[in-house]
Design a protein around this ligand. Structure first.
Ligand code: AHM
Ligand code: MG
Length: 280
C-alpha cells in the first residue's frame, strides 16, 4: 500500500504542474458520461496510468475518463478506480479541483474498498489518505507530502453544501435543505466535490448532498470514482455516508460508470436525511 500512496503523490505533483502551466481547452472526445473532455482531463488520466503501471501490486485500473477498465499486472492484488481531475470545468475560473482514488481488493464493490485517497489542488496541495481506520492529512511542501494531522468529524457541524439543480429537487429534499438553513447552517458550495467535502471534513462537520433529481433519478456522481472513496473517507473519520436510506458502501455496482444519489456528513445531519428520506 505504501508504494501505491507514493505513486499517487508522484501523480499529484505532476498533475499540479500540468494545471499550472499547460494550455486548457476541449478535446474532440467525450467521456463515458457524455461530457466533453478537456485536454487536461486526458493528460491527468495519462499521468496516473503511467505512474500506476510501474506498481506491480496493481491488478486493474478504472478511470472516469476511460470507458473500460484496464488490466495492468496479472499478479497484482489491488484494483484502483480514480477520477483524475474532478471539477475540471472550474479550472478556467481558478477554483479548487481534485483527484480521487478508491483502492479495492478482489472487485470494484463498495464493501471491498480497502483504502481511499483524494488530493485537493487549491492555494495549497493537500492529500487525504484513509487506511486501516485512520484518515490522515498531508500537505505538499518542497516536493514532499508532509503529515499534518489525523482528521475526525464532530457529531454536528455548521456547513451545508447542497448539490444539484434546485429546480429539479424533490419537494421533501428542498424542505430538508431549507430546514438546515433555518437552524443556522451556512451555505458553502463551490461546485467541486473535492474542495466542498474537504471543507466540511476539516471544519468538523456539516452536510454535502447530491440527491436524486427529476432529471437525474440516479444522481450525478459516480459510485466508483467519486462516491465510494468519499464514503470510505467520511465513515473512517467518524462520519456517515448514505444514498438517502442505505449506506453508500453497501450498494451494488453493475457498471463501472454507475451513479448514485449521495449524502456525506456528521451524525446529526445524516440522521436528519434518514428521517426525511424514510418518509419520502
Ligand atoms: P466532473 O467529474 O465531470 O468534474 O463532475 C463532478 C462534479 C463534482 O465535483 C461536483 O460536486 C458536481 O460535479 C457538480 O455538478 P453540477 O455543477 O453539474 O451540479
Ligand atoms: Mg468527477
Amino acid at each position: 500500500m505504501e508504494n501505491i500512496l507514493k505513486s499517487i503523490e508522484l501523480s499529484a505533483m505532476r498533475i499540479k504542474d500540468a494545471i499550472d502551466v499547460k494550455d486548457f481547452g476541449y478535446s474532440n472526445e467525450q467521456n463515458s458520461s457524455g461530457e466533453s473532455q478537456l485536454q487536461l482531463d486526458i493528460q491527468c488520466d495519462m499521468i496516473i496510468e503511467e505512474e500506476f503501471s510501474k506498481i506491480d501490486s496493481i491488478h486493474t485500473i478504472a478511470s472516469e475518463e476511460k470507458e473500460k477498465e484496464m488490466l495492468l499486472h496479472e499478479d497484482g492484488k489491488y484494483l484502483i478506480a480514480f477520477d483524475p481531475l474532478d471539477g475540471s470545468s472550474l479550472i478556467d475560473v481558478n477554483l479548487s479541483v481534485g483527484s480521487i482514488f478508491g483502492i479495492y481488493e478482489n472487485s470494484f464493490e463498495g464493501s471491498n474498498l480497502v483504502a481511499s485517497c483524494y488530493v485537493v489542488y487549491g492555494p495549497r496541495v493537500e492529500l487525504v489518505f484513509a487506511y486501516e481506520g485512520k484518515v490522515k492529512l498531508y500537505l505538499l511542501q518542497n516536493n514532499y507530502f508532509e503529515f499534518v494531522k489525523e482528521i475526525r468529524l464532530g457529531e454536528k457541524g455548521k456547513l451545508n453544501a447542497p448539490g444539484g439543480t434546485q429546480q429539479n429537487w424533490m419537494p421533501y429534499h428542498k424542505e430538508m435543505v431549507d430546514g438546515l438553513f433555518q437552524e443556522g447552517y451556512r451555505l458553502r458550495y463551490s461546485g467541486g466535490m473535492v474542495p466542498d467535502l474537504h471543507q466540511i471534513l476539516l471544519k468538523g462537520g456539516g452536510l454535502f448532498s447530491y440527491p436524486a433529481t427529476s432529471d437525474k433519478p440516479d444522481g450525478k456522481l459516480r459510485k466508483l470514482f467519486e462516491v465510494f472513496p468519499f464514503a470510505h473517507v467520511y465513515t473512517m473519520a467518524g462520519g456517515y455516508a448514505i444514498d438517502g436510506k442505505e449506506e453508500l458502501l453497501s450498494l451494488d455496482t453493475k457498471h463501472i460508470h454507475d451513479t448514485s444519489p449521495c449524502f456525506f456528513g456528521s451524525k446529526y445531519e445524516i440522521d436528519r436525511v434518514k428521517d426525511v428520506y424514510s418518509k419520502a
